[in-house]
Design a protein around this ligand. Structure first.
Ligand code: SAH
Length: 196
C-alpha cells in the first residue's frame, strides 16, 4: 500500500526524449558508480571476456570501464542523443546500422567492436536479436521502468541472461508517498517476486 501513490504513474518515451533534449539528466553521473567498483568481483566472478548488458543505458560511463577491461558491452537506450553523446564524450569512433528485426531501430557500434548500443525500446529486444548475457548492470533501469511494466521488464531480463550470469541491481530507498519518481521505489519483496 505504501507504493500506491506510484503504481499508476507513467513516464512516456516522449518524456524521456524531452529530458535528454532539455539536458534534464541529473541521473547521469560523470564519475561512474561506486557500487559497481565495490561489487565488480561479484559481477565478474573470476571470469574474463564477458558479454555484459546495460538495460536503459543512457550514456553510462561504466560501459566504457567494462569495455576497457576487455568485456563486450551491449546497451539499449531510446534516446539517440544519449547514444551519440556516449561515443563523442569518450572520443570513440562508431558506425551505425539498421536492425533488420526491429523497424526504425538502429545499432551504434564502436569501431573496435566491443560496445554495441541499440537505439530502440528495450521491449523490442529478444535473445534472438541480442543473444544472452553473462552479466547485467541495472542502475537507473528497473527503477526507471513504469511500475505497470515491471513484470514485462523482469521476464524479458530473465530471458536475456545465461544460467550462470550475475545481475547487479541498484535500487533507491525512500518514502514513495513524498516523491512521484522516477526513480521509482521498488521494495525488496517485489524484487523477489519479480526475479525469484
Ligand atoms: N542507466 C543509465 C540511465 C538511467 S535513466 C545511467 O545509469 O545513467 C533511464 C534511461 O532509460 C533514460 O536514458 C531513458 O531515455 C531510457 N529509457 C526509458 N525508457 C526506455 C525504454 N523503454 N527502452 C530503452 N530506453 C529507455
Amino acid at each position: 500500500s505504501d507504493v500506491g501513490s506510484q503504481k499508476d504513474r507513467v513516464v512516456t518515451e516522449e518524456e524521456w526524449l524531452e529530458k535528454w533534449e532539455m539536458g534534464n539528466i541529473r541521473f547521469h553521473k560523470e564519475e561512474g558508480h561506486p557500487l559497481l567498483q565495490k561489487y565488480l568481483d561479484v559481477l565478474l566472478n573470476g571470469r574474463s571476456g564477458l558479454r555484459i548488458f546495460f538495460p536503459l543505458c543512457g550514456k553510462a560511463v561504466e560501459m566504457k570501464w567494462l569495455a576497457d577491461m576487455g568485456h563486450s558491452v551491449v546497451g539499449v537506450e531510446i534516446s539517440e542523443q544519449a547514444v551519440k553523446e556516449f561515443f563523442s564524450e569518450h572520443s570513440l569512433p562508431y558506425c551505425e546500422e539498421p536492425v533488420p528485426e526491429i523497424s526504425g531501430a538502429k545499432m551504434f557500434q564502436s569501431t573496435s567492436g566491443n560496445i554495441s548500443l541499440y537505439c530502440c525500446s528495450i521491449y523490442d529486444l529478444s535473445s534472438s536479436i541480442v543473444g544472452k548475457f553473462d552479466g547485467v548492470w541495472d542502475r537507473g533501469a528497473l527503477v526507471a521502468v513504469n511500475p505497470c511494466d515491471r513484470q514485462h521488464y523482469a521476464s524479458l531480463m530473465i530471458s536475456l541472461v545465461e544460467k550462470n550470469s550475475s545481475y547487479l541491481l541498484v535500487t533507491v530507498s525512500y518514502d514513495p508517498n513524498k516523491h512521484k519518481g522516477p526513480p521509482f521505489y521498488v521494495p525488496e519483496s517485489e524484487i523477489k517476486s519479480l526475479f525469484g
